[in-house]
Design a protein around this ligand. Structure first.
Ligand SMILES: CC(=O)SCCNC(=O)CCNC(=O)[C@H](O)C(C)(C)COP(=O)(O)OP(=O)(O)OC[C@H]1O[C@@H](n2cnc3c(N)ncnc32)[C@H](O)[C@@H]1OP(=O)(O)O
Ligand SMILES: CC(C)C(=O)C(=O)O
Length: 283
């Protein structure tokens, strides 16, 4: 079996606390990911601002073999910004758990379905290939996840990301969940895992053993909170324990690891926002 590696070092990786890559670092990392043979590079969030858009535009202009993906919310302006950066692959993400839908967005399931359908069609109207993301899927009602996938598929999406946004999955549960979804989901699945319990790699292996065709990773496992599945670990683990090819050249991985480590150490301070008032969410 082959597994497609979707690297999100430049998106979720950069959501690591305090980390802001320089545009030239992003370009070098994208080139190195492409040279290593990753299937797809999630290269940034156009809505983040002009510097992000410049870097994304420059990466798109490199003409890499890897799919170069712009990350968007289910918001038309985000999608238009991605198109203007030259993205031919657009990821559109929306939450699917009731907790996120009700408490974070203050919307309804019907709103999420309507937005994802509309947004996918909008991105397709520019001739882009569209991937969708189901945020907080591991806390969502599985039937709703499947309705979300069906809506996205009907609108023209070609892959769906199942996100363990808060990192609460464990290997046996991941295997069972992904076995069921691989059978019933109308779109090829990608799994995106966080490492809060130190189980992201084990969960990714379980997902691959259950037949999940795409896995989201970051170089050195960097990312929000405890980070994501490490690219290097994934490549070796999938080939050793699941007999899976990733198309990645292992000898290119040390250079990539050093490049990202150096970029993480450059000491550029991230902008600091004042703490949010979260008292309304207190239990
Ligand atoms: C779990 C994850 O890792 S998600 C990954 C996304 N990355 C990040 O969040 C990185 C940090 N975030 C950011 O930099 C910013 O939030 C940005 C650039 C993405 C967006 O910034 P802003 O436009 O200022 O937006 P903000 O986050 O306040 O959200 C504003 C609106 O987007 C809506 N929204 C948020 N997420 C989504 C979504 N996935 N789909 C549709 N609408 C959404 C909100 O409901 C809100 O709508 P409203 O204005 O009608 O109330
Ligand atoms: C945007 C999504 C995929 C994410 O990073 C998460 O839910 O963890």
């Amino acid at each position: 079996m082959n597994v497609g590696i979707v690297d999100t070092t430049l998106r979720d990786g950069e959501q690591a606390a305090g980390l802001v890559f320089l545009p030239e670092e992003k370009i070098d990392i994208a080139k190195a990911l492409n040279a290593a043979g990753v299937f797809a590079i999630e290269a940034g969030i156009p809505a983040n601002g002009p510097e992000e858009r410049e870097a994304l535009t420059a990466i798109n202009q490199l003409g890499l073999n890897s799919q170069v993906i712009g990350w968007c919310r289910a918001v038309k302006d985000d999608i238009l910004a991605a198109v203007q950066c030259g993205c031919r692959f657009i990821h559109i993400s929306a939450p699917v758990s009731d907790l996120h839908i009700n408490c974070k967005l203050r919307k309804s399931r019907a709103w999420v379905l309507q937005k994802i359908g509309e947004s996918v069609r909008y991105a397709r109207s520019f001739g882009c290939r569209v991937l969708v993301g189901a945020e907080d899927a591991s806390r969502a009602d599985c039937e709703f996840f499947l309705r979300f996938a069906a809506t996205a598929a009907q609108a023209g999406a070609e892959r769906i990301r199942y996100a363990d946004t808060v990192g609460l999955m464990e290997p046996l549960g991941t295997y069972a969940k992904m076995r069921r979804l691989v059978e019933h989901c109308p779109l090829p699945l990608e799994i995106h895992l966080h490492n809060d319990f130190g189980l992201a790699l084990a969960n990714s292996l379980a997902a691959v053993q259950a037949g999940t065709p795409f896995v989201s990773v970051t170089v050195n496992g960097i990312g929000e909170r405890a980070g994501n599945v490490s690219l290097q670990h994934a490549v070796h683990t999938f080939s050793t324990f699941a007999d899976c090819a990733t198309g990645i050249e292992p000898e290119k991985l040390p250079t990539l690891a050093e490049l990202v480590s150096a970029a993480c150490m450059h000491g550029r301070p991230a902008p600091v926002s004042p703490p949010a008032d979260c008292s309304q969410f207190a239990r």
